[in-house]
Design a protein around this ligand. Structure first.
Ligand SMILES: [Zn+2]
Length: 405
């Protein structure tokens, strides 16, 4: 036992008690939170904990019974209120990510006044709860037994992670351009007056989404391991052998975050997610810009396809056509992208490749080889610059030092 370890449980329970009273949480959710908070917050600084507490005080957690459909419109009416009737949504391109319907999510909305100034930012998160009465066997029963509740605890901690990392400085708004930050992800909108008292809000870009999901998933897995009081390997195995089901970020995408956290840049990524302070982003970009891998990439920019994120539509064609499309679609304009954006693009590729793979029942050897080559090249685009930046920061002999350990 560590005699010098301060017991924060009274503090956590106080925060949970306040939120429970304000939002009417039942016993089940309160019990989960009493274990989730220590699991998520252990080892974090006082300031980081304060951000979490603040988030808890104004983010209702809505538990939806597994049989009730999630009516997002209704939830929005309830938690955002009757706002923004003068804001019209402009059209934007939908990604695979946009089309995914999860069993839980963190949602926020900005309230605008009649001149399109920001009045407030409102938010809530929802999560589904399985009914123990209905599951006498099968993996959901096993999951209920594991968590001792129908609430999917892992997923809840994931959404709490996004909410926590959106708490500090979430908005930037200048000259009709609004940037909304959720952890490492920034979504950009233009707000333009239509001349009749209405405004059109158009989503014009998303960056850092896959970096955010990678780090948030890695954080979720670490927290889960503490929640269950199991080692990390045993926790990861729950997704391989059951009863937990892997999310689309687990594996290749979250593995990159897991690796980055072992390098000196890990802390900068974490700090950037939690604070939104651009100095951490500058540090990350500055370190990677010095690498030979980054320089080489800048020099070989023969394909130029614009800075915007590119998306692969879910595949309906043959694997061969799909692979050709993959090759054509992921060559962003690297000269105009920061190393952070290039990393995000590499994770985006890895994510889309992973999702599309499931759509093909049969891979012939040649296609599988091509598919593997694409996945490999996406991941090496993520790993190689990070590893070189690490070696530069630690000094050239870092490799041999590691080997001596
Ligand atoms: Zn997420």
């Amino acid at each position: 036992m560590d005699l010098f370890k301060v017991d924060f449980n009274a503090e956590y329970n106080h925060v949970i008690g306040l939120a429970a009273e304000k939002f009417g949480y039942d016993e089940d959710l309160q019990e989960v939170l009493k274990k989730a908070l220590p699991a998520m917050l252990e080892g974090h600084s006082h300031e980081e904990k304060q951000l979490f507490y603040k988030m808890m005080s104004h983010t209702p957690i809505v538990v939806v019974d597994e049989d009730s459909p999630v009516n997002k419109k209704e939830l929005e009416r309830k938690y955002f209120g009757n706002i923004n009737s003068h804001i019209i949504e402009g059209a934007h391109e939908e990604s695979i990510y946009d089309q995914l319907e999860g069993d839980g999510s963190f949602n926020s909305e900005i309230e605008f006044d009649e001149n399109a100034n920001v009045v407030a930012r409102k938010q809530y998160l929802y999560i589904k709860r399985a009914n123990p009465e209905k599951h006498r066997n099968g993996y959901i029963k096993d999951r209920i037994d594991l968590f001792k509740t129908g609430i999917n605890v892992s997923h809840l901690m994931h959404e709490l992670g996004h909410a926590w990392c959106s708490e500090a400085n979430p908005l930037e708004y200048e000259d009709g351009v609004l940037k909304e930050r959720c952890g490492a992800c920034t979504t950009e909108f233009t707000i333009t007056p239509n001349g009749d008292g209405t405004y059109t809000r158009t989503r014009t870009g998303v960056t850092g989404l896959y970096v955010e999901e990678a780090f948030n998933t890695e954080m979720e897995l670490e927290a889960l391991s503490k929640y269950l009081n199991m080692g990390r390997e045993a926790t990861d195995a729950l997704f391989k052998t059951g009863p937990l089901i892997k999310s689309n970020y687990q594996g290749a995408v979250s593995g990159v975050a897991n690796h980055i956290l072992t390098t000196p840049l890990g802390k900068d990524f974490q700090n950037y997610r939690l604070t939104g302070d651009k100095k951490y982003l500058d540090k990350i970009n500055g370190a990677i810009e010095k690498t030979e891998a980054h320089q080489r990439r800048m020099d070989s920019s023969n394909e130029s396809r614009g800075k915007d994120q590119v998306f692969l539509e879910p595949a309906s064609d043959s694997i061969a056509e799909f692979l050709t499309r993959c090759k054509n679609v992921y060559y962003p304009d690297k000269e105009n992208m920061t190393p952070f954006e290039i990393l995000d693009n590499a994770l985006n590729q890895s994510f889309d490749l992973g999702i599309n793979k499931l759509k093909f029942d049969v891979f012939d050897d040649k296609s599988f080889g091509q598919y593997k080559a694409l996945s490999y090249s996406a991941l090496s685009d993520a790993y190689v610059p990070i590893n070189q930046a690490r070696d530069l920061i630690l000094g050239k002999d870092s490799k041999s030092k590691e080997e001596q350990k």
